[in-house]
Design a protein around this ligand. Structure first.
Ligand SMILES: Nc1ncnc2c1ncn2[C@@H]1O[C@H](COP(=O)(O)OP(=O)(O)OP(=O)(O)O)[C@@H](O)[C@H]1O
Length: 282
């Protein structure tokens, strides 16, 4: 079910988010410096980098929460300077702390809040909410209080809330960094499921294992894109990564081992499956 009026927005370009020569300063401090990148619908992009390198600033630009000081951010060809609401509508945000995104006491109402705001009737909003809860495996919790959910389930709830708005892209800002192992597993599983969908996913993460879910990784260092490539390309350059300040677990340093595992299965990116096994991900 598409939200009412969602077909009224006039796309002006291809299905992608583009940052074009973007710079951002907070006061006199320049935190992004001439950054350019593209995120295509249907792809998962991970953004990694040390603390304060500018990762969150990049995704705040993408959904129009922030406008660039110079350069442009376009969503489907529409400049966020001209229409920040198109970006807000098309780029759903999932934040680090799910508590920040809770708006209702009851699970179902929390997810129905977004579609209601978009103009769905109460009945339609509840139907969309149930569908979204099913997508993240929380449908049985629909009648519960949000306070009955674990941290991981709360993050799934915020993902369901975003899915209910049917955005073309979802930007996640360290969605597992406050969760325990079990919660992290739950959220990763859903990110893995979203990966096979048509939406574009932008995942800001400090966790190299999580970045393996991506089709492409951008590594940001001091406001610039220092590295860009597939997970396999990026992790095979682990010394460079570590010099930037991105910790690479021992396991991912064995790029030869990854390649061998890939060769064993005949498909390099079933390496991801092998890594999952080695990392004991469910
Ligand atoms: N609203 C703001 N006002 C002033 N400075 C800010 C603001 N938001 C971010 N900054 C500063 O900009 C720099 C980049 O912040 P940003 O949150 O984009 O980095 P990050 O890579 O996401 O960091 P982390 O991994 O620690 O979350 C940091 O030095 C931060 O303190």
């Amino acid at each position: 079910m598409s939200p009412p009026g969602s077909d009224l927005a006039i796309k002006r370009g291809p299905d992608l988010i583009e940052l074009k020569n973007v710079s951002v300063s907070y006061g006199s401090k320049e935190v992004l410096k001439d950054v350019s990148l593209e995120i295509k619908k249907g792809k998962v992009i991970a953004i990694m980098g040390p603390n304060a390198s500018g990762k969150s600033t990049m995704i705040r630009l993408m959904n129009g929460l922030l406008l660039p000081g110079s350069g442009d951010c376009l969503v489907d060809g529409i400049n966020t300077r001209d229409d920040m609401y198109y970006a807000r509508r098309q780029v759903g945000m999932v934040f680090q702390d799910p508590e920040d995104q809770l708006v209702s006491r009851k699970v179902l109402d929390d997810v129905a809040f977004g579609p209601k705001n978009l103009g769905f009737s109460s009945f339609e909003s509840l139907a969309v909410a149930i569908e979204s809860l099913s997508l993240v495996g929380l449908e049985k919790m629909a009648d519960k209080s949000v306070h009955d959910l674990s941290g991981g389930q709360k993050q799934l709830l915020s993902i369901a809330g975003v899915l209910a708005m049917n955005p073309s892209y979802i930007a996640m800002d360290e969605p597992t960094s406050l969760l325990d192992g079990e919660g992290t597993g739950l959220v990763r599983e859903i990110i893995g499921k979203l990966k096979s969908g048509y939406r574009g996913i932008v995942l800001v993460t400090h966790d190299p294992a999580e970045a393996l879910l991506a089709d492409e990784i951008f590594v940001v260092d001091n406001g610039k894109i220092a590295m860009r490539g597939t997970p396999e390309e990026i992790f095979s350059r682990h010394e460079e990564l570590e010099s930037i300040g991105v910790d690479v677990p021992q396991m991912l340093r064995f790029s030869k081992r990854l390649k061998k595992l890939g060769a064993d299965t005949g498909d390099l990116w079933s390496v991801e499956g092998a890594v999952r096994e080695i990392c004991h991900w469910s």
